[in-house]
Write a protein that binds this ligand. Structure first.
Ligand SMILES: Nc1nc2c(ncn2[C@@H]2O[C@H](COP(=O)(O)OP(=O)(O)OP(=O)(O)O)[C@@H](O)[C@H]2O)c(=O)[nH]1
Length: 558
């Protein structure tokens, strides 16, 4: 058993060795790095003074770990033919200023994404150096890499056609992603204007800042003359990132309703918001090295508080937290892979360059949908609350406050438009007896039936509400006294001739009704007083009847 394992192991190692050798041979150049890192005069370096100090490195990657200038030497392993217009291409060039020297050149070719050395012949994805005349095996190039871009760049030698094709794909993809982010930001802005919900404004700001940051870092802003001076330097970076984090903190607090659901976390995030606000205000004018570190510390607290708040919200089954998880999880996963790549825990995967902005687009969309769902829920809650505040729970007609308010409004409209209005006010006769003899639930059922039949008899513009225990008040805008009398008589007859059946037993019900028409200049209270007097007259006259109030109070005509 032992022997066979050893055999397998040896075979694997041999295969690995062969692959590494094959890859090494396939690589058209080898790289060496000047160590210890110094920045000598190029003339001396080109003259070969430092030849012994270049230490070979494996692979084709240039990894910058500090902010000082570093030198690399590239040696061709094979002839590079001149006929395909070969180009030396450096990926992830953001914030790097690179000069390429060929022995014998008086001046290097300088390239950077931004500034004077920017080349507009190519997209901002690569720095491209033409290798005119190709390279012969053993020929060397020297690269001086300066700047603050602490990312790993890969070097390749590609024909010009391939570089152009990659440029086109890069521009197409970035355009789609940045446009999508811009569109989602504009949508969020439009929702904010339309719905006046500040959550949309915070989301819009977060996405705008992130989009702008991406375009500054990725180099797209160099195409817009207004912003062409805007370099991804420390100040721009701190300002844009701080603004983005501040907006996203405010958005999260709104989205998860932390002020109400988790006040302690809300307090922590409020303090963070203040700190970020102060940092932002100062950074607009000036930044120090500590500015970014300070921002990062606050950011860590914000991330910790947000993760905690989201976990609590999920454990409480708060619906928005699921949207948050859905929106941010892919983005967080990409960030982790990115950080791992920068830390060289694993290789820099090509797709990573686009994964973050695409993750941002999906995250933005997810949050927009989450916000829409949250607002829909808020609206539903609001409608329910309004319904509860307006309608009587037992009978489903308006409650006293709502019918009063509705009638006051209808009366003022009637006066304004010189239109008639009549009220019908009724009370169930001997309702106490119904309760006593048939039980309270039968009484409830009787009340429900009377209210339902009343509502069914009315037009959509009429008003109907429960004014007291067994009193119902009806407003008929546009109706004269005669029309009101017809409605009242119809209601009275429907109830007395067709009493409701509750729990299999017929309830002998009748109504005493009062009807009054609005007089010029009359108030709600005066009109109701006259209708009440008519109702009282019906009771006094023996119940189960309608009384019409034509003259002043006390002057009742039956
Ligand atoms: N079942 C039920 N009864 C109610 C409700 N609200 C009030 N009541 C009862 O309705 C009765 C109202 O009685 P009144 O209108 O004062 O007197 P009445 O027995 O109807 O006699 P008259 O009005 O003089 O014909 C009282 O017994 C209340 O307890 C309710 O929501 N459900």
């Amino acid at each position: 058993m032992d022997r066979s394992w050893r055999l397998i192991w040896q075979t694997l190692l041999t295969l690995l060795g062969l692959t590494v050798t094959a890859l090494a041979c396939a690589q058209p150049f080898t790289l060496a790095r000047l160590q210890p890192a110094t920045d000598p005069a190029p003339a001396r370096l080109l003259a070969g003074d430092y030849a012994q100090r270049f230490v070979p490195i494996r692979g084709d990657q240039i990894h910058v770990i500090d902010r000082q200038a570093h030198w690399w030497r590239l040696t061709a392993n094979q002839d590079v033919a001149a006929n395909n217009a070969p180009q030396l291409v450096m990926s992830q060039p953001y914030r790097k200023a690179v000069s390429v020297w060929r022995p014998g050149d008086a001046e290097p070719v300088r390239r950077s994404v931004h500034g004077k050395a920017a080349s507009f012949q190519h997209s901002s994805r690569f720095l491209v150096f033409p290798l005119d005349g190709g390279m012969r095996k053993g020929e060397v190039l020297y690269l001086r890499v300066a700047g603050t871009g602490l990312t790993t760049s890969t070097l390749q030698i590609e024909p010009l056609d391939t570089v152009h094709r990659q440029d086109m794909s890069h521009v197409a993809l970035r355009s789609v992603v940045l446009t999508a982010l811009g569109v989602i930001s504009v949508l969020a802005f439009a929702f904010w204007i339309g719905l006046r919900e500040r959550g949309y404004a915070f989301l819009c700001l977060t996405l705008l800042m992130q989009t702008f940051n991406l375009a500054v870092e990725g180099g797209e802003v160099r195409m817009i003359s207004w912003f062409s001076d805007l370099m991804p330097d420390r100040r721009t970076n701190v300002v844009l990132n701080t603004a983005a984090v501040l907006a996203s903190v405010r958005f999260l607090m709104f989205f998860l309703d932390l002020g109400v659901t988790q006040p302690r976390i809300a307090r922590v995030l409020n303090v963070c918001s203040w700190l970020l606000g102060i940092l932002l205000a100062i950074s607009i004018f000036r930044t120090w090295r500590i500015s970014a570190s300070f921002g990062n510390v606050v950011l860590l607290v914000v991330i910790g508080a947000t993760v905690y708040a989201s976990a609590v919200a999920i454990s409480r089954r708060q619906r928005e937290a699921y949207f948050l998880m859905l929106a941010w999880t892919p983005l967080m996963a990409v960030l982790i892979v990115l950080v791992g790549s920068y830390q060289r825990w694993w290789p820099i995967f090509a797709w990573l360059e686009y994964a973050y902005p695409i993750g941002l687009v999906l995250g933005g969309l997810g949050l927009l949908m989450g916000l829409a769902a949250k607002l829909q829920q808020l609206r539903r809650d609001h409608d329910n609350a309004k319904h509860r505040a307006t309608y009587d729970r037992l009978t489903s007609v308006m409650n006293r406050a709502a019918i009063e308010e509705g009638l006051r409004q209808a009366i003022s409209d009637a006066h304004l438009n010189k239109r008639p209005l009549t009220v019908v006010f009724f009370d169930i006769d001997h309702f106490k007896r119904i309760n006593d003899e048939h039980g309270h639930s039968a009484g409830d059922e009787a009340l429900r039936t009377v209210a339902e039949r009343t509502r069914n008899r009315l037009r959509a513009t009429d008003l109907c509400g429960r004014y007291g225990g067994d009193e119902i008040l009806v407003g008929l805008p546009g109706a004269r006294l005669e029309q009101g009398l017809v409605v009242a008589e119809h209601l009275r007859r429907t109830i007395s001739s067709n009493p409701p059946t509750v729990h299999g037993r017929m309830l002998p019900l009748s109504l005493s009704v009062g009807v009054a028409e609005l007089r010029p200049g009359e108030s709600f209270d005066q009109l109701l007083e006259r209708a009440d007097a008519a109702l009282y007259a019906s009771k006094a006259g023996g119940r189960d009847r309608v009384t019409v109030q034509r003259a002043a109070v006390g002057d009742v005509v039956i």
